[in-house]
Design a protein around this ligand. Structure first.
Ligand code: PLP
Length: 452
């Protein structure tokens, strides 16, 4: 069969159902109705095979920060493929895109995160982190420091390592997870779990679970703590202000490494280059992916501070790496993406124009009869759906159903929003203009009305 974008939607969907296994999807359910086929995209808008224009309030999967259809990236990719489509960086070789991207990342990253180990995405970068922090402590004569502490409802990827670091109950239930020496503490999700406590009290309590866990395991056993500055896939959980300063204090007071998973929060999402800057966190290692290339090529990595890099470099061969670590085409695309983000001041736009405008419009959604908290930070936002605003109750009988209905109403209204249980979340391209945000909010309200 010759498949082309000239085919009818039904034919495409039928072939998709016959041969394509989708990630994080109930296959039978999808195949019964057929997947929506996206043909092309420009700016903040997707076009499907029926000719509908869909506003993408998720920037793909939180990644298309500069928006779709940038010719410069296509040109850079073509040029790099002609010049050097592939070479590795394993056995005493390197190449210019790898050097250029690593140098640029060292310049952009906060503190002394001056070194980068490249991967293809966020999951495998977090796998690198597991191996790297254990290698680091072994090299320092403390091989018993093995345990990595993470959080429930965190998302750190879908490989065995990434999913083990993650605290997604549904993923762990599907077997073999977490791998040994990864433990989870509570999340700073005040709205869902804070009960009668104030957000600040609750934030402190949840941060102190880290100190309790370190004491329980013994400091000599703990290698690192990993967390997303703001949990993304967990529902855009913006922690109480008391949370991160206390976590930072605990990490400083005990001998453990702090890993900030900035796969979502990096590259402008929170209104600064990195979420660590927005939340005043000083990580030793930072996971990056997604916005690094704005999704135009699969690339991720671990940004590493001077001290950790020095120990790694000084301890013989780190027996780890991927065929496509620092893939030259992906690296060249990422570098061009960073140039566009920087020269067009897109991060500043997210922080000072689009972000504040979104904050104002999004907060007003809390007035909808279905809505509880409506919050945003930079260009990511969350809306809780609740039957009772005062008690912040969840829709208990069928957790997630109302969110699913709302998401489907949004999709029917040509708006991509995501749901996590009974929460609606967005992370649109950072280039959104106030007029795009108006359209997004208008479609969101219409979809909420239809859900109600
Ligand atoms: N870490 C975080 C915080 C993420 O949100 C994700 C993906 O959504 C990942 C890691 C995994 O990245 P990837 O899907 O590129 O492997």
């Amino acid at each position: 069969v010759y498949v082309s974008n000239q085919m009818r939607t039904e034919e495409l969907a039928a072939l998709d159902a016959a041969h394509h296994l989708h990630p994080f999807t109930n296959g039978d359910e999808l195949n019964a109705k057929g997947a929506r086929v996206i043909l092309r995209a420009k700016g903040v808008t997707l076009t499907d095979s029926e000719g509908n224009d869909i506003l993408d309030a998720m920037a793909g999967l939180w990644c298309v920060n500069i928006g779709y259809g940038r010719e410069e990236l296509a040109e850079v990719a073509a040029r790099q493929i002609r010049e050097l489509p592939y070479y590795n960086t394993f056995f005493q070789t390197t190449h210019v895109p790898a050097i250029a991207l690593a140098t640029k990342l060292a310049e952009l990253a906060p503190g002394d995160l001056n070194h980068v180990f490249f991967a293809m995405g966020g999951s495998d970068a977090n796998d690198t982190n597991i191996r790297m922090v254990r290698r680091y402590w072994a090299a320092k004569g403390k091989p018993e420091k093995q345990v990595i502490i993470s959080r429930k409802n965190a998302y750190h990827g879908s490989t065995m390592g990434g999913a083990s670091l993650g605290g997604m109950a549904a993923m762990h239930k599907q077997g073999g997870l977490p791998i040994p020496n990864i433990v989870h503490i509570g999340q700073p999700h005040w709205y869902a779990e804070g009960g009668e406590m104030s957000p600040e009290e609750f934030g402190l309590m949840r941060a102190r679970e880290l100190e309790e866990k370190i004491a329980e395991l013994g400091e000599g056993k703990v290698a690192a703590f990993i967390a997303e500055p703001i949990q993304g896939a967990g529902g855009v959980v913006i922690p109480p202000e008391s949370y991160w300063p206390e976590i930072q204090r605990i990490c400083d007071a005990h001998e453990i490494l702090l890993i900030a998973d900035e796969v979502i929060t990096g590259f402008g999402r929170t209104g600064n280059w990195f979420g660590s800057q927005t939340l005043n966190i000083r990580p030793h290692i930072m996971t990056i992916a997604k916005g690094l290339s704005s999704g135009y090529a699969p690339i991720g990595g671990s940004l590493v501070c001077d001290e950790v890099a020095e120990v790694l470099n000084g301890s013989g061969e780190f027996a780890h790496g991927y065929t496509y670590s620092a893939h030259p085409v992906a690296a060249a695309i990422a570098l061009e993406n960073l140039r566009i983000l920087e020269e067009e001041k897109i991060v500043e736009h997210a922080g000072t124009v689009a972000g504040p405008y979104l904050a104002e419009k999004w907060a007003a959604l809390a007035d909808h009869p279905l809505a509880g908290e409506a919050r945003s930070i930079g260009m990511m936002a969350t809306l809780a759906l609740t039957p009772d605003k005062a008690s912040r109750a969840a829709f208990a009988s069928d957790e997630g159903t109302i969110g699913l209905i709302c998401r489907e109403r949004c999709f029917a209204n040509n708006l991509v929003m995501r749901h996590v249980g009974d929460r609606m979340i967005i992370a649109p391209p950072l280039i959104m203009q106030p007029s795009d945000i108006d359209v997004m909010i208008e479609r969101a309200v219409r979809s909420l009305d239809e859900t109600y």
